[in-house]
Design a binder for this molecule. Structure first.
Ligand code: SAH
Ligand code: SF4
Ligand code: F3S
Length: 444
Protein backbone atom coordinates (compact mmCIF):
# COMPACT_ATOMS: atom_id res chain seq x y z
CA UNK A 1 0.00 0.00 0.00
CA UNK A 2 1.31 3.40 -0.92
CA UNK A 3 1.69 5.86 1.91
CA UNK A 4 1.21 8.85 -0.43
CA UNK A 5 -1.30 11.17 1.12
CA UNK A 6 -3.07 14.07 -0.52
CA UNK A 7 -2.97 17.56 0.92
CA UNK A 8 -5.26 20.40 -0.09
CA UNK A 9 -4.53 23.92 1.18
CA UNK A 10 -6.76 26.89 0.57
CA UNK A 11 -5.41 30.40 1.27
CA UNK A 12 -7.25 33.63 1.80
CA UNK A 13 -5.86 37.06 2.62
CA UNK A 14 -2.46 38.52 1.99
CA UNK A 15 0.63 37.26 0.19
CA UNK A 16 2.11 36.21 3.51
CA UNK A 17 -0.64 33.62 3.80
CA UNK A 18 0.35 32.31 0.37
CA UNK A 19 3.94 32.03 1.59
CA UNK A 20 2.83 30.35 4.83
CA UNK A 21 0.69 27.84 2.92
CA UNK A 22 3.76 26.90 0.89
CA UNK A 23 5.77 26.40 4.06
CA UNK A 24 3.02 24.21 5.55
CA UNK A 25 3.19 22.01 2.45
CA UNK A 26 7.01 21.88 2.86
CA UNK A 27 6.56 20.79 6.49
CA UNK A 28 4.16 18.01 5.54
CA UNK A 29 6.05 16.75 2.46
CA UNK A 30 8.42 14.53 4.53
CA UNK A 31 5.31 12.88 6.04
CA UNK A 32 4.23 11.77 2.57
CA UNK A 33 1.72 14.51 1.79
CA UNK A 34 1.64 15.71 -1.83
CA UNK A 35 -0.39 18.70 -3.05
CA UNK A 36 -3.91 18.03 -4.38
CA UNK A 37 -5.96 20.29 -6.65
CA UNK A 38 -9.26 19.91 -4.78
CA UNK A 39 -10.45 19.02 -1.29
CA UNK A 40 -12.47 16.02 -2.52
CA UNK A 41 -10.78 12.83 -1.38
CA UNK A 42 -7.88 14.67 0.27
CA UNK A 43 -6.36 13.15 3.42
CA UNK A 44 -5.73 16.55 4.88
CA UNK A 45 -7.36 19.93 4.22
CA UNK A 46 -5.90 23.16 5.60
CA UNK A 47 -7.81 26.43 5.44
CA UNK A 48 -5.37 29.29 5.83
CA UNK A 49 -7.58 32.15 6.87
CA UNK A 50 -7.68 35.94 6.95
CA UNK A 51 -9.33 38.11 9.60
CA UNK A 52 -8.78 41.53 8.07
CA UNK A 53 -12.41 42.25 7.15
CA UNK A 54 -15.67 40.74 8.30
CA UNK A 55 -16.42 39.04 4.97
CA UNK A 56 -13.18 37.08 5.18
CA UNK A 57 -14.30 35.41 8.42
CA UNK A 58 -17.74 34.58 7.04
CA UNK A 59 -16.10 32.80 4.12
CA UNK A 60 -14.36 30.45 6.55
CA UNK A 61 -17.56 29.28 8.19
CA UNK A 62 -19.36 28.69 4.90
CA UNK A 63 -16.35 26.70 3.63
CA UNK A 64 -16.32 24.66 6.86
CA UNK A 65 -19.97 23.77 6.27
CA UNK A 66 -19.05 22.25 2.89
CA UNK A 67 -16.02 20.42 4.26
CA UNK A 68 -18.04 18.84 7.03
CA UNK A 69 -19.84 16.78 4.37
CA UNK A 70 -16.54 15.67 2.81
CA UNK A 71 -15.32 14.61 6.21
CA UNK A 72 -18.44 12.56 6.80
CA UNK A 73 -17.76 10.74 3.52
CA UNK A 74 -14.11 10.21 4.41
CA UNK A 75 -13.82 9.96 8.20
CA UNK A 76 -10.00 9.73 8.18
CA UNK A 77 -9.68 13.18 6.61
CA UNK A 78 -7.87 15.66 8.82
CA UNK A 79 -9.17 19.22 8.83
CA UNK A 80 -7.05 22.16 10.00
CA UNK A 81 -7.80 25.86 10.32
CA UNK A 82 -4.70 28.05 10.19
CA UNK A 83 -4.01 31.75 9.85
CA UNK A 84 -5.40 34.90 11.36
CA UNK A 85 -8.98 33.74 12.07
CA UNK A 86 -7.56 30.70 13.86
CA UNK A 87 -5.46 33.05 15.98
CA UNK A 88 -8.29 35.46 16.77
CA UNK A 89 -11.30 33.14 16.93
CA UNK A 90 -9.86 29.78 18.01
CA UNK A 91 -12.55 29.23 20.65
CA UNK A 92 -15.37 30.17 18.28
CA UNK A 93 -14.07 27.75 15.63
CA UNK A 94 -13.96 24.80 18.01
CA UNK A 95 -17.43 25.71 19.32
CA UNK A 96 -19.09 26.29 15.93
CA UNK A 97 -17.18 23.58 14.06
CA UNK A 98 -16.27 20.80 16.52
CA UNK A 99 -15.31 18.53 13.58
CA UNK A 100 -12.14 20.61 13.02
CA UNK A 101 -9.04 18.67 14.15
CA UNK A 102 -6.39 21.40 14.28
CA UNK A 103 -6.59 25.12 15.02
CA UNK A 104 -3.25 26.94 14.73
CA UNK A 105 -2.23 30.58 14.58
CA UNK A 106 0.35 32.05 12.14
CA UNK A 107 3.18 31.70 14.66
CA UNK A 108 2.51 28.03 15.47
CA UNK A 109 2.32 26.21 12.16
CA UNK A 110 5.87 24.85 12.46
CA UNK A 111 4.34 22.43 15.01
CA UNK A 112 2.12 20.93 12.31
CA UNK A 113 4.02 17.62 11.87
CA UNK A 114 3.95 17.07 15.63
CA UNK A 115 0.21 17.86 15.80
CA UNK A 116 -0.58 15.53 12.89
CA UNK A 117 1.42 12.71 14.52
CA UNK A 118 -0.31 13.22 17.86
CA UNK A 119 -3.81 13.16 16.36
CA UNK A 120 -3.05 10.14 14.14
CA UNK A 121 -1.81 8.30 17.22
CA UNK A 122 -4.37 9.17 19.84
CA UNK A 123 -7.11 11.22 18.18
CA UNK A 124 -8.44 14.38 19.77
CA UNK A 125 -7.98 17.99 18.76
CA UNK A 126 -4.86 20.20 18.63
CA UNK A 127 -5.16 23.90 19.38
CA UNK A 128 -2.10 26.16 19.09
CA UNK A 129 -3.00 29.81 19.45
CA UNK A 130 -0.57 30.99 22.10
CA UNK A 131 2.33 33.00 20.71
CA UNK A 132 5.16 30.50 21.18
CA UNK A 133 8.44 31.63 22.74
CA UNK A 134 10.54 29.83 20.12
CA UNK A 135 10.85 31.44 16.73
CA UNK A 136 8.82 29.69 14.04
CA UNK A 137 11.41 30.44 11.35
CA UNK A 138 14.06 28.46 13.23
CA UNK A 139 11.87 25.36 12.88
CA UNK A 140 10.91 25.58 9.22
CA UNK A 141 12.61 23.09 6.87
CA UNK A 142 15.47 24.20 4.63
CA UNK A 143 13.90 22.15 1.82
CA UNK A 144 11.08 23.79 -0.10
CA UNK A 145 9.08 23.19 -3.24
CA UNK A 146 10.00 25.59 -6.09
CA UNK A 147 7.78 28.68 -6.31
CA UNK A 148 8.24 29.36 -9.99
CA UNK A 149 9.71 32.39 -11.76
CA UNK A 150 8.29 34.83 -9.22
CA UNK A 151 8.30 33.93 -5.53
CA UNK A 152 7.66 35.24 -2.02
CA UNK A 153 10.07 35.40 0.89
CA UNK A 154 8.93 36.52 4.34
CA UNK A 155 11.63 38.66 5.99
CA UNK A 156 9.60 40.39 8.68
CA UNK A 157 6.40 39.48 10.43
CA UNK A 158 4.06 41.12 12.91
CA UNK A 159 3.22 44.71 13.63
CA UNK A 160 3.70 47.16 16.49
CA UNK A 161 1.88 50.06 14.83
CA UNK A 162 -1.68 49.45 16.03
CA UNK A 163 -3.66 51.38 13.45
CA UNK A 164 -7.12 51.98 14.89
CA UNK A 165 -8.95 49.69 12.45
CA UNK A 166 -6.56 46.77 12.10
CA UNK A 167 -6.46 43.27 13.62
CA UNK A 168 -2.99 42.37 12.36
CA UNK A 169 -1.04 43.33 15.52
CA UNK A 170 -3.32 40.95 17.43
CA UNK A 171 -3.22 38.08 14.95
CA UNK A 172 0.41 38.16 13.81
CA UNK A 173 1.89 39.41 17.07
CA UNK A 174 4.85 41.73 17.68
CA UNK A 175 7.30 42.77 14.98
CA UNK A 176 10.05 40.29 14.28
CA UNK A 177 12.83 40.57 11.69
CA UNK A 178 14.57 37.44 10.43
CA UNK A 179 18.38 37.58 10.35
CA UNK A 180 19.97 38.44 6.99
CA UNK A 181 21.87 35.13 6.85
CA UNK A 182 18.63 33.08 6.92
CA UNK A 183 17.02 35.33 4.32
CA UNK A 184 20.04 35.13 2.01
CA UNK A 185 20.16 31.34 2.31
CA UNK A 186 16.50 31.12 1.37
CA UNK A 187 16.95 33.55 -1.54
CA UNK A 188 19.95 31.55 -2.86
CA UNK A 189 17.90 28.37 -2.72
CA UNK A 190 15.01 30.09 -4.54
CA UNK A 191 17.34 31.40 -7.25
CA UNK A 192 18.81 27.91 -7.68
CA UNK A 193 15.26 26.58 -8.15
CA UNK A 194 14.62 29.07 -10.97
CA UNK A 195 13.04 32.01 -9.17
CA UNK A 196 14.10 35.25 -10.90
CA UNK A 197 11.90 37.74 -9.07
CA UNK A 198 11.67 37.75 -5.28
CA UNK A 199 9.04 39.73 -3.41
CA UNK A 200 10.10 40.27 0.18
CA UNK A 201 7.16 40.13 2.54
CA UNK A 202 6.38 41.71 5.87
CA UNK A 203 3.43 43.43 7.51
CA UNK A 204 5.88 46.33 7.91
CA UNK A 205 8.54 45.12 5.56
CA UNK A 206 10.46 48.39 5.52
CA UNK A 207 10.75 48.33 9.32
CA UNK A 208 13.04 45.31 8.86
CA UNK A 209 15.96 45.59 11.26
CA UNK A 210 17.38 42.08 11.40
CA UNK A 211 20.94 41.10 12.17
CA UNK A 212 23.51 41.19 9.42
CA UNK A 213 22.50 44.17 7.28
CA UNK A 214 21.83 47.86 7.72
CA UNK A 215 18.05 48.06 7.36
CA UNK A 216 16.01 46.98 4.34
CA UNK A 217 18.24 49.00 1.99
CA UNK A 218 21.29 47.04 3.18
CA UNK A 219 19.43 43.76 2.85
CA UNK A 220 18.32 44.59 -0.71
CA UNK A 221 21.94 45.30 -1.62
CA UNK A 222 23.01 41.85 -0.36
CA UNK A 223 20.12 40.12 -2.15
CA UNK A 224 20.94 41.93 -5.40
CA UNK A 225 24.37 40.26 -5.27
CA UNK A 226 22.90 36.76 -5.57
CA UNK A 227 23.35 35.38 -9.11
CA UNK A 228 19.99 34.69 -10.71
CA UNK A 229 18.05 37.22 -8.61
CA UNK A 230 17.07 39.66 -11.33
CA UNK A 231 14.18 41.51 -9.75
CA UNK A 232 13.46 42.53 -6.17
CA UNK A 233 10.24 43.88 -4.72
CA UNK A 234 9.00 44.35 -1.18
CA UNK A 235 5.60 44.74 0.41
CA UNK A 236 3.92 46.12 2.50
CA UNK A 237 5.67 49.30 3.48
CA UNK A 238 4.60 51.89 6.00
CA UNK A 239 5.19 55.54 5.05
CA UNK A 240 6.79 56.19 8.46
CA UNK A 241 9.56 53.64 7.81
CA UNK A 242 10.54 54.85 4.33
CA UNK A 243 14.04 56.12 5.17
CA UNK A 244 16.59 57.94 3.02
CA UNK A 245 18.68 54.80 2.42
CA UNK A 246 15.66 52.89 1.13
CA UNK A 247 14.65 55.74 -1.15
CA UNK A 248 18.22 55.77 -2.50
CA UNK A 249 18.05 51.99 -3.04
CA UNK A 250 15.38 52.60 -5.70
CA UNK A 251 17.89 54.80 -7.52
CA UNK A 252 21.05 52.75 -6.96
CA UNK A 253 20.12 49.05 -7.08
CA UNK A 254 19.07 48.00 -10.59
CA UNK A 255 17.29 44.87 -9.34
CA UNK A 256 14.94 46.95 -7.14
CA UNK A 257 11.88 47.49 -9.30
CA UNK A 258 10.40 50.98 -9.87
CA UNK A 259 7.15 50.09 -8.16
CA UNK A 260 6.13 50.65 -4.58
CA UNK A 261 3.00 49.69 -2.66
CA UNK A 262 2.67 52.42 -0.05
CA UNK A 263 -0.68 52.45 1.75
CA UNK A 264 -2.01 55.90 2.63
CA UNK A 265 -5.52 54.83 3.81
CA UNK A 266 -6.93 58.40 3.78
CA UNK A 267 -6.15 61.88 2.49
CA UNK A 268 -7.56 63.65 5.54
CA UNK A 269 -5.28 64.60 8.42
CA UNK A 270 -8.14 64.28 10.87
CA UNK A 271 -8.87 60.71 9.77
CA UNK A 272 -5.17 59.82 9.53
CA UNK A 273 -4.81 60.93 13.16
CA UNK A 274 -7.88 58.92 14.20
CA UNK A 275 -6.37 55.95 12.39
CA UNK A 276 -3.12 56.37 14.34
CA UNK A 277 -1.12 56.32 11.11
CA UNK A 278 1.50 58.72 12.46
CA UNK A 279 1.78 61.00 9.40
CA UNK A 280 -0.19 63.69 7.61
CA UNK A 281 -1.35 63.79 3.99
CA UNK A 282 1.27 66.45 3.29
CA UNK A 283 4.04 64.25 4.72
CA UNK A 284 2.92 61.38 2.49
CA UNK A 285 3.00 63.63 -0.57
CA UNK A 286 6.48 64.96 0.22
CA UNK A 287 7.67 61.38 0.66
CA UNK A 288 6.31 60.53 -2.79
CA UNK A 289 8.15 63.59 -4.17
CA UNK A 290 11.43 62.32 -2.72
CA UNK A 291 10.83 58.83 -4.12
CA UNK A 292 10.06 60.23 -7.56
CA UNK A 293 13.11 62.48 -7.43
CA UNK A 294 15.25 59.40 -6.75
CA UNK A 295 13.52 57.24 -9.36
CA UNK A 296 11.50 59.29 -11.85
CA UNK A 297 9.74 56.27 -13.39
CA UNK A 298 8.56 54.95 -10.00
CA UNK A 299 4.92 53.85 -10.03
CA UNK A 300 2.89 53.80 -6.85
CA UNK A 301 0.17 51.62 -5.51
CA UNK A 302 -1.82 52.19 -2.33
CA UNK A 303 -4.58 51.04 0.02
CA UNK A 304 -7.57 53.24 0.83
CA UNK A 305 -10.26 52.71 3.47
CA UNK A 306 -13.62 54.37 2.79
CA UNK A 307 -15.79 55.27 5.78
CA UNK A 308 -13.50 54.93 8.80
CA UNK A 309 -15.42 55.98 11.95
CA UNK A 310 -15.59 59.76 12.13
CA UNK A 311 -14.96 60.26 8.39
CA UNK A 312 -16.99 63.26 7.21
CA UNK A 313 -17.82 64.26 3.67
CA UNK A 314 -14.95 66.77 3.59
CA UNK A 315 -12.51 64.05 4.71
CA UNK A 316 -13.70 61.82 1.89
CA UNK A 317 -13.23 64.71 -0.56
CA UNK A 318 -9.70 65.21 0.80
CA UNK A 319 -8.99 61.53 0.03
CA UNK A 320 -10.22 61.95 -3.56
CA UNK A 321 -8.07 65.06 -3.97
CA UNK A 322 -4.97 63.32 -2.62
CA UNK A 323 -5.51 60.41 -5.04
CA UNK A 324 -5.85 62.92 -7.90
CA UNK A 325 -2.64 64.69 -6.94
CA UNK A 326 -0.54 61.55 -6.55
CA UNK A 327 -1.81 59.45 -9.47
CA UNK A 328 -1.66 55.77 -8.58
CA UNK A 329 -0.77 53.01 -11.05
CA UNK A 330 -2.76 50.49 -9.04
CA UNK A 331 -4.61 50.38 -5.72
CA UNK A 332 -6.73 48.38 -3.33
CA UNK A 333 -9.66 50.09 -1.68
CA UNK A 334 -11.96 48.77 0.98
CA UNK A 335 -15.10 49.71 2.81
CA UNK A 336 -14.29 50.12 6.48
CA UNK A 337 -15.16 46.91 8.32
CA UNK A 338 -15.53 47.01 12.08
CA UNK A 339 -13.25 44.42 13.70
CA UNK A 340 -13.87 43.19 17.25
CA UNK A 341 -11.23 44.31 19.73
CA UNK A 342 -9.83 47.18 17.66
CA UNK A 343 -10.05 50.80 18.94
CA UNK A 344 -12.01 51.94 15.86
CA UNK A 345 -14.72 49.35 16.51
CA UNK A 346 -15.45 51.07 19.84
CA UNK A 347 -15.63 54.56 18.28
CA UNK A 348 -18.85 56.54 18.60
CA UNK A 349 -19.36 57.91 15.09
CA UNK A 350 -19.63 55.00 12.65
CA UNK A 351 -20.45 55.92 9.06
CA UNK A 352 -23.68 54.38 7.75
CA UNK A 353 -23.46 51.59 5.17
CA UNK A 354 -25.01 53.51 2.28
CA UNK A 355 -22.54 56.37 2.72
CA UNK A 356 -19.61 53.95 2.95
CA UNK A 357 -20.80 52.23 -0.25
CA UNK A 358 -21.09 55.52 -2.11
CA UNK A 359 -17.70 56.80 -0.95
CA UNK A 360 -16.01 53.51 -1.84
CA UNK A 361 -17.59 53.59 -5.29
CA UNK A 362 -16.25 57.13 -5.84
CA UNK A 363 -12.77 56.17 -4.67
CA UNK A 364 -12.78 53.06 -6.87
CA UNK A 365 -13.99 54.92 -9.93
CA UNK A 366 -11.12 57.40 -9.63
CA UNK A 367 -8.54 54.68 -8.98
CA UNK A 368 -9.83 52.64 -11.92
CA UNK A 369 -9.40 55.61 -14.24
CA UNK A 370 -5.88 56.21 -12.98
CA UNK A 371 -4.92 52.57 -13.50
CA UNK A 372 -6.40 52.54 -17.01
CA UNK A 373 -4.52 55.76 -17.86
CA UNK A 374 -1.28 54.34 -16.51
CA UNK A 375 -1.68 51.17 -18.58
CA UNK A 376 -2.73 53.09 -21.70
CA UNK A 377 0.37 55.27 -21.27
CA UNK A 378 2.60 52.25 -21.86
CA UNK A 379 1.22 51.68 -25.39
CA UNK A 380 3.94 52.24 -27.96
CA UNK A 381 6.78 51.81 -25.47
CA UNK A 382 9.16 48.88 -25.11
CA UNK A 383 9.09 47.25 -21.67
CA UNK A 384 11.34 44.65 -20.10
CA UNK A 385 8.99 41.77 -19.38
CA UNK A 386 9.84 38.90 -17.07
CA UNK A 387 8.17 35.87 -18.64
CA UNK A 388 6.42 33.99 -15.84
CA UNK A 389 4.55 31.26 -17.73
CA UNK A 390 2.35 30.32 -20.65
CA UNK A 391 -0.43 32.75 -21.60
CA UNK A 392 -4.14 32.06 -21.65
CA UNK A 393 -4.18 31.18 -25.35
CA UNK A 394 -2.05 28.69 -27.27
CA UNK A 395 1.28 30.14 -28.37
CA UNK A 396 1.11 32.97 -25.86
CA UNK A 397 3.30 33.82 -22.92
CA UNK A 398 2.43 35.81 -19.81
CA UNK A 399 4.76 38.07 -17.90
CA UNK A 400 5.14 41.24 -15.87
CA UNK A 401 6.56 44.66 -16.56
CA UNK A 402 8.80 46.36 -13.97
CA UNK A 403 5.59 48.13 -12.86
CA UNK A 404 3.85 44.83 -12.11
CA UNK A 405 1.46 45.03 -15.05
CA UNK A 406 0.50 41.63 -16.49
CA UNK A 407 1.53 41.34 -20.16
CA UNK A 408 0.39 38.91 -22.86
CA UNK A 409 2.33 38.35 -26.05
CA UNK A 410 2.86 35.64 -28.63
CA UNK A 411 6.04 33.78 -27.91
CA UNK A 412 7.60 30.47 -27.08
CA UNK A 413 7.33 28.91 -23.64
CA UNK A 414 11.12 28.42 -23.78
CA UNK A 415 11.26 32.10 -22.76
CA UNK A 416 9.82 31.38 -19.30
CA UNK A 417 12.20 32.74 -16.67
CA UNK A 418 13.79 35.26 -19.05
CA UNK A 419 13.46 39.02 -19.29
CA UNK A 420 12.61 40.01 -22.85
CA UNK A 421 11.88 43.37 -24.52
CA UNK A 422 8.21 43.67 -25.46
CA UNK A 423 6.67 46.39 -27.58
CA UNK A 424 3.38 47.26 -25.91
CA UNK A 425 0.58 47.36 -28.45
CA UNK A 426 -2.32 48.17 -26.14
CA UNK A 427 -2.94 49.04 -22.51
CA UNK A 428 -6.15 47.52 -21.12
CA UNK A 429 -7.74 48.29 -17.72
CA UNK A 430 -5.96 45.37 -16.00
CA UNK A 431 -3.22 44.24 -18.36
CA UNK A 432 -1.13 45.01 -21.42
CA UNK A 433 -0.75 43.22 -24.72
CA UNK A 434 2.42 43.35 -26.72
CA UNK A 435 4.82 41.84 -29.21
CA UNK A 436 8.21 40.46 -28.35
CA UNK A 437 10.91 42.55 -29.97
CA UNK A 438 13.23 40.42 -32.09
CA UNK A 439 16.65 40.76 -30.55
CA UNK A 440 18.79 42.74 -32.96
CA UNK A 441 21.98 40.85 -33.49
CA UNK A 442 25.27 42.73 -33.52
CA UNK A 443 23.47 46.01 -33.02
CA UNK A 444 26.81 47.67 -32.33
N1 SAH B 1 0.48 46.28 6.87
C1 SAH B 1 -0.15 46.92 5.82
C2 SAH B 1 -1.52 46.42 5.46
C3 SAH B 1 -2.22 45.38 6.24
S1 SAH B 1 -3.87 45.00 5.84
C4 SAH B 1 -0.18 48.41 6.11
O1 SAH B 1 0.35 48.88 7.04
O2 SAH B 1 -0.79 49.13 5.37
C5 SAH B 1 -4.12 45.47 4.17
C6 SAH B 1 -5.10 46.57 4.01
O3 SAH B 1 -6.37 46.19 4.45
C7 SAH B 1 -4.79 47.82 4.81
O4 SAH B 1 -3.81 48.60 4.21
C8 SAH B 1 -6.13 48.50 4.88
O5 SAH B 1 -6.32 49.36 3.78
C9 SAH B 1 -7.11 47.34 4.80
N2 SAH B 1 -7.77 47.14 6.08
C10 SAH B 1 -7.22 46.74 7.23
N3 SAH B 1 -8.14 46.68 8.21
C11 SAH B 1 -9.32 47.06 7.66
C12 SAH B 1 -10.64 47.22 8.15
N4 SAH B 1 -10.93 47.01 9.43
N5 SAH B 1 -11.60 47.62 7.29
C13 SAH B 1 -11.31 47.85 5.98
N6 SAH B 1 -10.07 47.73 5.47
C14 SAH B 1 -9.09 47.34 6.30
FE1 SF4 C 1 -2.40 46.95 10.34
FE2 SF4 C 1 -1.46 49.41 10.57
FE3 SF4 C 1 0.07 47.35 11.24
FE4 SF4 C 1 -0.52 47.79 8.68
S1 SF4 C 1 0.68 49.15 10.01
S2 SF4 C 1 -0.57 45.83 9.73
S3 SF4 C 1 -2.60 48.58 8.79
S4 SF4 C 1 -1.78 47.99 12.26
FE1 F3S D 1 -5.40 38.68 6.58
FE2 F3S D 1 -3.76 38.02 8.50
FE3 F3S D 1 -2.82 38.75 6.13
S1 F3S D 1 -5.63 39.13 8.74
S2 F3S D 1 -4.33 40.20 5.42
S3 F3S D 1 -4.03 36.95 6.56
S4 F3S D 1 -1.95 39.23 8.11
Amino acid sequence: MSNKKRLFIRSWGCQMNVYDSGRMADLLAPLGYAPAEAPDGADMVILNTCHIREKATEKLFSELGRLRKLKEEKPGMMLAVAGCVAQAEGAEITARAPFVDIVMGPQSYHKLPEMVARISRSGGVAIETEFPVEEKFDHLPAEAAPQGVSGFLTIQEGCDKFCSFCVVPYTRGAEYSRPAAAILAEARRMAAQGTREITLLGQNVNAWHGEGAEGLAGLLRLLAGIPGVERLRYTTSHPRDMDEALIAAHRDIPQVMPFLHLPVQSGSDRVLAAMNRGHTAEEYERLVDRLRAARPDLALSTDIIAGHPGEREEDHQATLRLIERIGFAQAFSFKYSSRPGTPAAAAAAHVDEATKDRRLAEVQELLRTQQADFNAGKAGTICDVLVTGPGRHAGQIAGRTPWLQPVHAFGSSTLVGRIVPVRIVAGHPNSLSGEIVEQEKDAA
